[in-house]
Each structure stands twice: as structure tokens, then as C-alpha cells.
Design a protein around this ligand. Structure first.
Ligand code: MG
Length: 378
């Protein structure tokens, strides 16, 4: 409650994020273990004045929105968005009770409570307020249809508009109805209030409060993973390492092709992404994986980590085998792995070592492999 009236936050997360080039829209990408949407909602949950949080999601991702926001005690529901942002906000406004509404973009994860408070305070005073920051660049405006003639706008009066934008609920509902009646499509809520004849107050936003638009807007996160695997050498099996069939009197025993080097690499990649191990994703009780080439599984692991916004940085694989001699195959192993992962071979290293006839590897009972990799996000 603020000044005795209910405060509702409407967080929009219906965008498709086409500019990101990732499988998931930007609001669902993670920054340090939390999605952009969760980070955008958090300060509203923490604000003592906010009573209810409504999230607008595209119908395709509505369940995901609900799942992510259930942790917030003030979250009441996720509603399906419309074709344009304006349609999405209108759908939410239809459900908002009288009082004040704070409309915030779910792709702005760095909003702080001070900014929210400034917007709410101003909205309670004048009915309409937006967070904004002074423009740093000089801004020119074209005079006509082309770029051959333009004028400088007075920079000291220019602001970049952010969210949250705060309104008296009745005022913004009326502004939305007017815009809809005239078929007008604005770029933000303040624009609609202004069009309906209401003065809009600018309050201090924050330069940190950026909208995540492209991959570059996400902070780069690098993670490390390790993997280790052993398979028994046995007669009557092929020896496959990094996707290459190597002539030898024995092969590795396993449910798949038992490519121990690729298994170690996959576990390293999954480990770095905190996504468990290959046993979890490709259980050896599943007949679908019987005799399968581990290179196909490697492609799947690549897709799994890419769905989380990660891409492989580099990988270093060590194969421990007493015999056969692997050096003739090392270059082909590198290029094989690099091709499946869509990487330059310069980012993939494969090396082989004996164990000086010591242990199970030395006795040629099995082959072991170890892998370390980095993955990056952002
Ligand atoms: Mg294995």
C-alpha cells in the first residue's frame, strides 16, 4: 500500500527477443544463476509498498513465467500477452485493482528499489511518472524524409525513458482505452498517458537499469567443468575414440560405442553448466542409446548447454591408454570434436598418455579419459 492505496506491479515478459539469437527469449536467460525475469521481479517483491505482482508472458512461455515467479509471495498470476507490448499491458491492466500501477519491463533486471520508490512517489503525486536518464550523446533529428538535413536537439532537455513507469490505475486505463479507440500504437505507457492529455513526470532512473536487448548486454560468465570416465577393454568390440575407429585387437565395452574420451568431454560440459552428467541425460537403461555413436550424444550435449545460453570456450582431453599408440590419430580427433561442436580446432586439445604400465590402464584392462572445459554465457 502507498498512501492508503493498493500498489500493483505489472512486469512484461511477453517479448520474443528475436535480436538475441538464442533459443529462449532474453527474459529467460540467466545472469549468475537467475533469469533476467526473476531479477526484474525481485525488487518489486522486496518493496514494502508493492502489494501484488502480475507478470505478462507470451502464451508459449506462460507456464515458464508462472514457474519462475511462484517463489514470490506477491506474485498473483501470469497473464497471456497480446501481439504488441501495448496489447500485453492492456490485458494485465484489465486485472489490476484501483490504486497505483508500476509497469516494468521484464528485460530490465537491474532496476533498484530506490528507482521504484521515486516512480511510485511521483505517480502518487501527479498520476503519471516515468524513470528516465539524461541523454549522454548529442541527438540529431532529421528534418525530412532522408538524412541530408538534420538539426541538433537541445541535449539538456532530453531523457532516455526507462521503466518502471507508474500511474494512477484509472488514468492509465483511460489512456489505454483512448489509444485503442484511435488505433494508436505507442512505444511506452507514458506516451499513452501524454497522448490522453496527462502531464508525465520524469524521475531519476539509473544508468545501470538497462534493457537486455542483445547478447552483449549480458555480463560474460565463464565456468569450468571436469569429466572423467573409464571403460573396460574387451575382445570383439571396436575401439572408438573421439569418433574415430582405431585398429586394435580389443575395443571398449559399454552401452553406447563406449567412446571414453567423448564421455569425459560431455561430462565436463554438463558439469560446467551444472546440468548433472551423461548418465542422467542418456541413461544406459534406455535402448535408444544402445550402440549409439557418442558423437551424436555430444551434439545433443552441445544443444543442451546452448539452451541454457552457454557456448563452449575450449576443451582439453587427456586419454590414458597403454596401447595402442594414439599419436597418429590426435589431429583427426581434434578436428572431429571441433566439427561437432562448431568450434575452431584451435579451441580443442586432445592428448594421450600411457601410465607407465602401472594400474589398470598399464595392464591394458581399460582406457581412461579426463576432460576439462570452459563454457561462456553472455
Ligand atoms: Mg562412459
Amino acid at each position: 500500500m502507498y498512501k492508503g492505496r493498493k500498489v500493483t506491479a505489472v512486469v512484461t515478459a511477453a517479448g520474443s527477443g528475436r535480436r538475441m539469437g538464442t533459443p529462449l527469449p532474453k527474459q529467460f536467460l540467466k545472469i549468475g544463476g537467475k533469469t533476467v525475469l526473476e531479477k526484474a521481479v525481485e525488487p518489486f517483491e522486496a518493496s514494502e509498498h508493492v502489494d501484488e505482482i502480475i507478470v505478462v508472458g507470451s502464451s508459449e512461455f506462460l507456464e515458464l513465467c508462472t514457474g519462475l515467479c511462484r517463489q514470490f509471495s506477491k506474485f498473483s498470476r501470469a497473464v497471456a500477452g497480446g501481439k504488441e507490448r501495448q496489447d500485453s499491458v492492456r490485458n494485465a491492466l484489465n486485472l489490476v485493482e484501483d490504486g497505483y500501477v508500476l509497469i516494468h519491463d521484464g528485460a530490465r533486471p537491474y532496476v533498484d528499489m530506490e528507482t521504484i520508490m521515486r516512480v511510485l512517489e511521483a505517480a502518487a503525486g501527479t498520476g503519471a511518472a516515468v524513470a528516465a536518464i539524461p541523454v549522454k550523446d548529442t541527438v540529431r533529428q532529421t528534418r525530412g524524409g532522408d538524412n541530408t538535413d538534420s538539426i541538433t536537439l537541445p541535449r539538456d532537455r532530453l531523457y532516455s525513458v526507462q521503466t518502471p513507469q507508474g500511474f494512477d490505475v484509472a488514468l492509465i486505463r483511460e489512456a489505454y482505452a483512448a489509444a485503442e479507440g484511435e488505433g494508436f500504437l505507442g512505444t511506452d505507457d507514458g506516451g499513452l498517458a501524454e497522448r490522453a492529455g496527462h502531464p508525465v513526470t520524469i524521475v531519476e532512473g539509473s544508468y545501470r537499469n538497462i534493457k537486455i536487448t542483445t547478447q552483449e548486454d549480458l555480463p560474460m560468465e565463464t565456468r569450468i567443468g571436469t569429466g572423467f570416465d573409464v571403460h573396460r577393454l574387451t575382445e570383439g568390440r571396436k575401439l572408438v575414440l573421439c569418433g574415430i575407429e582405431i585398429p586394435f585387437e580389443k575395443g571398449l565395452l559399454g552401452h553406447s560405442d563406449a567412446d571414453v574420451a567423448v564421455h569425459a568431454l560431455m561430462d565436463a560440459m554438463l558439469g560446467a553448466a551444472a546440468m548433472g552428467d551423461i548418465g542422467r541425460h542418456f541413461p544406459d537403461t534406455d535402448d535408444a542409446y544402445k550402440g549409439i555413436s557418442s558423437m551424436i550424444l555430444l551434439q545433443k550435449v552441445r544443444e543442451l548447454i546452448e539452451q541454457e545460453g552457454f557456448r563452449l570456450g575450449n576443451a582439453d582431453i587427456t586419454i590414458m591408454a597403454q596401447r595402442p599408440k594414439l599419436s597418429p590419430y590426435i589431429e583427426k580427433m581434434r578436428t572431429n570434436i571441433a566439427a561437432v561442436l562448431g568450434m575452431d580446432a584451435g579451441s580443442i586439445n586432445v592428448k594421450a598418455t600411457t601410465t607407465e604400465k602401472l594400474g589398470f590402464v598399464g595392464r591394458q584392462e581399460g582406457i581412461a579419459a579426463e576432460a576439462v572445459c570452459t563454457i561462456n554465457r553472455g
